[in-house]
Design a protein. Structure first.
Lengths: 305, 305, 305, 305, 305, 305
């Protein structure tokens, strides 16, 4: 079972201007082969399908627990996409005249269906608009192989994050990339340690792949400073304690990162607010003339307290 | 953000025998157009993309909160699939002789790739093996339309659950269907009430669609008896309280179901154990000769405490 | 069986200039999830698969008859796409020098394959170039559910038409949108009335969704003026008379539209000419040096009379 | 524009028993690469996108007119699929007890989703359940090439029909194959004649491909006897007269078929009744307890007269 | 550039009987995510896209050269598929009576389209009939990551080969599996050694994954005996000599395999005959009445000498 | 089996500037329905699945041998794509500062995923980014039909090459088009001659389709001058000699091309160098700080000699 908390994993700055092509770039990190839907989908189904769970608790727990963090990553990138498509958000009071092609600019953005169909919202597609699908999932039930796959997946995800980062200059998507680079690094490290335990191969020495330190990414710096790269959050009220057998256990941060011991943190990070996406009545979000809708909602809300 | 609890929403009985075609039938409820991946995917992305969240809290909260329950439904169906592919689970001590075609029967099952590639695990495909994908998601940002879509989606999901139920005779998949029929009914009812608040149309009078009472489904009976059809769980430590404005508020159970008031329940249901899937070393799950792996895991687990 | 008439449902103005990105926008209304291929595909297969046709004639007739109109909608949007890709059409006498990159501009249009592969013609893809496919079809055989699906589909189609309309400023695609908004409104209304007959729920009160009157769309005005929103054409020489039981029957136009009774019109609308798409020999349409081809055709045509 | 007539192109016998795998075989002729959706889709979009229509009337007319016949072929195969999935159709009076796995057999059919999702209805997929899509369409705007493609497509369609025919023994699908083999032969012949007019190449001498006479197919015999192989129906009230320039014109039946001149027939064939598909209330078609629905329909029908 | 030799990499025994479901099982090794099309596609495009080829010759050469072997693997599996669909092959003299459902059995095989559309031939799909596609390709241009991906890919391919092997009992597909397990092992080992050179991580110690020695596979034994597991063939007249820097260099066979030094072999293995697939005229392969075709071919062949 | 030679079929000029949209245009010729992956895939699988090979040697040999040339075409187009994405290639000494959006321009290219995921490398997709897949393959085992399909495929490929040519002005992609137009012409001609032998139909008289002489393409001229249009290369050390029965045999060049006899050439063309693609460390190709990698490679290379 899963619980939901109405917060993002970090506070996400609003963009200074609307930038649908930057939003489309972020989609690579959402629905691409090496995006967050893939890390989520792989770990989610691997955790469901995990064989001999009770005998392999630390390994099962690792996959199952990281799954929950990935849900928050999908949420984070999706919010980034929606913010960049929406822009800074000047609230319209009500729907404008729609007969003068108010959204003509949307005709020329790279992925125009994201406006027509989603009103700027995120969907699980890659930066070319191709759908995420089952071909992006590996779940064989062989523990060594699945962990090896996951290690490779996190390295690939890192490469894609780095390249997306290099194409965007707005603060919203850079914050997304900066944070996810640190957290993805933790996951790559964790899978490497799991593999080392099971096979004796010091595969964590392959990190970082690609061969660049996070210290070169200003947006990652604050997360390194606070030690995020050494923390594996236990995203659960009470479960998955056994992951301490893998993450921790005397293991330390990777050589190029700020030094220190690895630690399991109970519970999720403090997180930041879910961004308010201003509706755009002339785009029929939440609807053309939303005032009555807002009144109804207010009335219901009051009743609920 | 999301938290994970290492339990299923209900206790799932183990099947008396392996039945890969029943597992394939359940896949319709996992990765089909009207399956749980679709309800999850629709509500997940709708909640990310929701416009004017602060002004529409009860509606936003409804979609966001049900999302968390759907995650557990995906988990429940997936566990059902894996159990049916695995069978009752006689533990092998170690890998057997593999040169005598020990899995010849798998060659003739309907979706043979589920053995070759997933070792019997679940993946997000439908009962014909076609992948779940973005075409199964509607997220327009228009509140009325998205709610109408969701209402239709839950009715369609009910129809598919009923038909899958009619093809299976094992207790595992019937329990899955029996439970999900009740919970899907709650969601259909909830979206109907939301639409009624916003439009005045008493669309809940269209329920149940299809036109059959759950009292005809023995496996649903105990959930009706305990009032599950009147409960909307708040799958969150502290958030989404505003849904009480929609679910509750004097509204009552649908005419054909056991009578009573609708109520919001704080927190998830008690739930049942995650089933232990016995590994099958000769199928390389968790691996061919897993004893050493088990020892390592035990050692790490002890260290973690 | 189907017959074909060599006319469009309306006279379509030629665009003042070539605009491939506007053509790509229109594709959302052709091959998108809520486009005309979807309305066509859903009703076509629902009509084939309709159970108990003789006992449910008015409902069967409604779906079967609207199917024929949707074929004309697919034709209308496709012609719009081809016109916008072709432009106003200055006839070339024969193929030009092709070695100087005469179509360099096509390299940068959003969906370049529409030039390379289709010479500017329409195909059933959405505005991102993704193919229409079976995932866009719902045909369950359950009458209530299929009608509910269709009602939701028409509301979604309306939303997409509105958004495409807001991005285009040429008269061709605006005429397409203006007309289809009126006709799609009729279909939504018709399915609502069918559902009301079967369930008693006054679901037509949810219309219009999105919440904007067609009077705000200048291009829809003439169709409203002539009462198109009150007419259901019987697209058949002799069949589907039973639809009068649903459309008509004292029911009247929706509140925001010009008032009046609903009426079934025997036969199709008068329609407009199929636009002549000038060939572009340098793009090999109909071919590089088409003169001989034209002569042959003329000779054959004469012989045919 | 298109009109619809509530008849099939031929009278289709009901099968003696339910045979979902035969229905799945027929799907190859519906949604396969060389199926009727493909012939329809190719000619439909080619006719929309046809360049220089007024100068190439006989060729435009040929493609446009055959499109209308293909709609009826899609309808014919779809009805065959639905009939074979439904079986001879003993009417249930109302829904049965659904708790005893009444449809257990459906779990093992080749394409189980056709039951779960479509209640036995047809959808545009091939015999493996893969969706028809835009990759099955060629529409380049080059007249010679598109006609050559169509000639190849009809030959491929013939090969697939022959192979499906060889796997089925029920009278329903054999009738479908027997008829479509004759009509597909007409289309191949017609495209060959068009190509001969334009290029001088006597490509009709390649027919029949594959190299077998229709006289070997008993189910084709009656259609040969009535001369169907020499007739091109003009599926239009008034248009496409120019096709006489290609079909006719002194051309005669192919050597291996009953001899005679080719002729254009005004209007569609007489056709046969649309088969009544009995609903199966326990499968929720048209619904579980359909009596009230039937009453409502009867009342509306009476009102409509 | 590529050259072709009209031989298979090994002599492939004919099956004792037709077995379409075994053929479908082999398809997992052809078009599945971890099949030969994937190893081919990944290395082919990685070799095209390789950056700084001249500075990284041993690594470029490794990927480029293995590509050529993978082409032969695709060929080998495809021949296995076609043989199993065809059976031992009693030559028909000419087409039989086709009106008595001579291929009725094909209606019930798992992937019936392989008969209808391919006459039993192989196509790049997986064991469920889903198409191979670009999602199965990783080519990032980052050398470490692409090699890591390839290492994981070969381990995954091994797991899938093992499972397919466990479901088949005919000698044809077992020979395919037995040989490919040895050769895939070489590729996994080679990529491991390349990674070790670049990163220092002894990742080859993770082999074999899954954790089973090839000595348990009788069909692999003769290839181990002849030392195939120690040989990297240089599939090129003159190029890719630099691979000796990686394969060889004092490295030795993996611990569980017959011991010895690794060696690069110049040129391809001796190979075996391309199997003769007897045509089945009644299935229209090569055609219904092929005698004349054979005569023409004989005449042309004589002329060519 | 296949061998690989480390050369392209021609020397390919480097582009004067980076042009990702031209690269995307070339993708139509790589992964489009009528691109080189399709010619390759069709002939590859047809050659595997060819029935009665020994009795139909000239025809089998034709398909099998052309397959090998198509591999080189896939290689040629892929190299063109990578060159255009890379540009003229100023070598970076090591990775630059990546925090200032050095690749911002990539955000706006038509197919941004080609940068994010492939670092500018080629993958088998069309010019809209849609994946090549099994729907692009026809392999029925019927010789006449498969050859007819191939003839149509080559004509379609020619049309697509012509249109791509008309959109590009850089010398790299024009050279690719100019060469492939000549070679594709040879293949169309060869399949036509094969069909003529088998059916007597002089289908080669339909060439060229589209109706334009290659003399209008300056980049094709040198290949015509050297007689490339009259040569069928035997891409094999010793096999496929029987193709002389079809290509040659007194047949001559097509009327519009430089005259002369057709000839089979033993062995591949001389070919040109594989272009060096400079790595871009800041894009992590081959990696961020590649110096050590280069040193390792040099050391290994030396050892290999």
């Amino acid at each position: 079972m899963f619980l939901r908390i109405d917060k993002l994993q970090i506070e996400l700055p609003k963009p200074a201007k609307q930038d649908p092509n930057a939003a489309a770039a972020l989609l690579e990190l959402l629905g691409g082969k090496y995006g967050e839907m893939s890390t989520l989908g792989n770990y989610l189904f691997q955790s469901f399908n995990f064989r001999s769970k009770s005998k392999l608790k630390p390994f099962y727990g690792l996959v199952a627990n990281i799954t929950a963090e990935e849900l928050g990553h999908v949420e984070l990138v999706s919010n980034g996409v929606a913010l960049l498509n929406n822009g800074p958000g000047e609230p319209e009071t009500t729907g404008e005249d729609i007969s003068d092609a108010p959204f003509e600019a949307m005709k020329d953005i790279r992925l125009a269906a994201s406006f027509f169909s989603n009103g700027g919202g995120a969907t699980p597609v890659n930066s070319n608009g191709a759908s995420w699908n089952v071909d992006h999932i590996t779940t064989t039930g062989n523990v060594i192989f699945d962990l090896l796959h996951n290690f490779h997946l996190e390295c690939g995800a890192r490469l894609h994050k780095l390249r997306v980062y290099e194409t965007v200059s707005d603060k919203t998507s850079r914050e997304v990339c900066g944070y996810l680079l640190v957290r993805g690094g933790v996951h790559a490290h964790a899978y490497a340690l799991a593999l080392k335990q099971l096979t004796g191969v010091e595969i964590e020495k392959m990190l970082p792949t690609p061969n660049i330190q996070l210290s070169k990414i200003p947006e990652s710096q604050k997360y390194l400073d606070e030690g995020s790269h050494r923390r594996l959050y236990r995203f659960s009220p009470n479960d998955y304690q056994e992951i301490r057998g893998i993450w921790g256990n005397g293991e330390r941060a990777l050589p190029g990162d700020p030094p220190g011991e690895l630690e399991v943190v109970d519970g999720p990070p403090e997180g930041g607010r879910i961004p308010e996406l201003e509706g755009i009545p002339s785009a029929f979000t939440p609807d053309y003339a939303p005032e009555e809708m807002f009144e109804i909602a207010t009335k219901l809300w009051k009743k609920s307290r």
